[in-house]
Design a protein around this ligand. Sequence first.
Ligand code: ADP
Ligand code: MG
Length: 338
Amino acid sequence: MKRTTYFAAACALLFLCVFSSGCTPMRSAARTDLLLGTIIDITIYGRTSQETLDAAADAAMARAKELEQIFSATLEDSELSYVNQNAANAPVTVSRDMYTVLERSLYFAHLSDGAFDPTLGRLIKLWGIGTKNAAVPSEDEIQPLIGQKNYEHVVLNETAQTVSFTTDNFELDLGAIAKGYAADEMKKLLTDDYNITCGLLNLGGNVITIGERYDGGPWSIGIADLQAPQDTANPALILEITDETIVTSGNYQRCFTAPDGTLYHHILDGNTGFPADTGLASVSILTDCSMDADALSTAAFVLGEQKARALLSRLDGIDAVFIDTQGQITTTAGIDGR
Ligand code: ADP
Ligand code: MG
């Protein structure tokens, strides 16, 4: 072939490549399922085959189901139930997922001086908030379960990957951190195993994003207005995020109203035995790691704004939005302009 022919062929090839990649349509796959005690919504995007996107979305949901079987406090055959039934008798060998979440839970329990406490299982079951048996317990029932700091009685052995309890008067409940871990793990699976670079996962208010939005630029994530939390079209605040997570703990997510009109919600203060009452309606944490954001949003809600700000100021790369029960919104400095 002559030089000019080579050149023409190369040009044609280049044109074909550019043209075809420009024309590959942006596809998406969406899934919704009820897992981990909440509604999980996944939407992922990519210029890849529909089969790949579908397989990725299905695999992410399968991972959520696997984690539910590990962390559920209600499934009698979950790994968590097994640990609760046996760890006071002898060390229990646990899965890598369980070990990772327990280790991080103990870190946040100590860091927050028990505001986030993974050992409130019995108090949480006593209130039954979110179940049809929700009721205000008596003082006699609450009294033995408060002020315990039982997280100090959870012993982990990294080499053997075991957990044991040094007393038998508590149970673990990982409801305030497991969804965050699940969000991180689903994202990891999508990005590492399926090369997904764009997506949005919502685990009942735990939102995690993958990369930028499908049409470029950041994702806009709304934080619910406590006057109308279900009205997702009119949030109290919209934050723009790229490849990050926003996790909200609020008093409107799971609650019941007693006959006298008092609202009882599902975030409990281990010192009082009652739903935390620090004047906050919600706390949202914005950062990279959804597991950390989940634990911290619960801790911050229990601590109240002032103490929560003091705690967060000791950590790097964490921002927060506080909405008080009057609807007043305040944020940490990193949120300004977002
Ligand atoms: P949500 O589950 O609505 O996202 P949270 O992350 O704040 O909200 O978790 C609340 C759940 O965590 C409760 O339903 C209960 O299972 C558990 N929990 C309640 N109070 C505490 C607490 N102080 N520390 C740790 N876990 C808690
Ligand atoms: Mg939480």
